[in-house]
Design a protein around this ligand. Structure first.
Ligand code: SER
Length: 319
């Protein structure tokens, strides 16, 4: 059995990835760790290990005891929170990555996954269908940490043969977990308000297009990348990964097809400037060529899935 460890399992992506791994490979196949206990009973069926990923000694101990084949290192501070605590974001994002890379170099991890982000792009990158090898130009501490992280990953691969794989996620949207401190979070929040028939005030401008992805696509893509033969992986910084591109006003329209009364207002804040520096769509042909990446979920599919799932959950809580 392939043994997996998810670091940052209590986060938006962590919970979803763990639930999918449990379903596909069995509860025993994945251990979970975080600095806080995940608020998800199903995820907690896996063995939970308390871990501050910046603590190199604690990490090594867990890895030595667990003998994992695959480690998914997701712990990070996202873009908006990172701007409030720049040095803390840098410390967490970089130190924890260097710790897992060192552990992989020592042979404690066979295959490592680490996420990068569209936040590596910036004002000088093309806005539409940004190519795989576009210049990186991050404007946030989060983006700078992802840019540096990408090159650290490639360095450890080239110098020490570490099998580390990565994708640049767009904004991720799912109903099983909530994001924390990101610029793309509005696209999750909006569905929670719409499902309660409440108006939503968006912190980005109506016409701010960003690359986005439904969580099921993101999780599937991650597992496909990790399951691909080593010889297929030609990008050792991080693969562009695309699915959809939409503006807040387009999500509003998609929601109104199902909830015609839905009201969307706008009050852009400091997150608008971050969003404006990012591209609006992604060219992910390298991921398609190397390991067959193809997104499946469209904006209207996503709206149905999100509203149905959140409404059902709300009803269960109310009764
Ligand atoms: N979703 C992230 C953020 O908004 C981008 O990687 O910070």
């Amino acid at each position: 059995m392939v043994r997996r460890l998810v670091i940052g399992a209590a986060g938006q992506l962590g919970i979803e990835l763990v639930l999918r791994m449990q379903k596909e490979f069995g509860v025993e196949s994945v251990d979970i760790s975080d600095i806080r206990v995940p608020e998800n009973d199903a995820a907690m069926r896996s063995k939970f290990l308390h871990l501050d990923a910046t603590d190199e000694g604690a990490l090594s101990k867990i890895l030595e005891e667990g003998q994992y084949d695959e480690v998914y290192h997701l712990a990070a501070m996202l873009s908006a929170t990172g701007e409030k605590k720049p040095l803390a974001a840098w410390d967490l994002n970089m130190q924890s990555l260097l710790n897992v890379l060192e552990a992989a170099k020592e042979g404690l991890i066979k295959r490592l996954f680490w996420p990068s982000s569209i936040a590596v792009f910036g004002p000088s990158t093309p806005k539409n269908r940004v190519p795989q090898d576009a210049p990186l130009d991050p404007t946030t501490v989060y983006g700078i940490s992802k840019q540096a992280g990408e090159f650290w990953c490639r360095y450890y691969h080239e110098k020490y043969g570490v099998d580390v794989r990565s994708v640049r996620y767009p904004g991720l949207i799912g109903h099983r977990s909530v994001p924390g401190g990101g610029t793309t979070d509005y696209a999750v929040d909006i569905y929670h308000f719409a499902a309660k028939d409440e108006p939503y005030t968006c912190f980005l401008k109506a016409d701010q297009a960003l690359p986005m992805m439904y969580m099921d696509d993101a999780v599937r893509g991650t597992l496909e990348l990790m399951g691909a033969p080593k010889s297929k992986i030609t990008v050792r910084t991080s693969y562009n990964l695309g699915a959809m591109s939409f503006t807040p006003s387009e999500v509003g329209e998609s929601i109104r097809q199902q909830r015609p009364q839905f009201e969307l207002r706008y009050a852009p804040d400091q997150r608008q400037a971050i969003a404006a520096s990012w591209p609006s769509s992604i060219d992910d042909s390298a991921a398609n060529r190397d390991w067959g990446w193809q997104p499946r979920i469209t904006i209207d599919d996503m709206t149905s899935l999100m509203l149905d799932a959140i409404s059902t959950k709300n009803e269960t809580f109310e009764h």
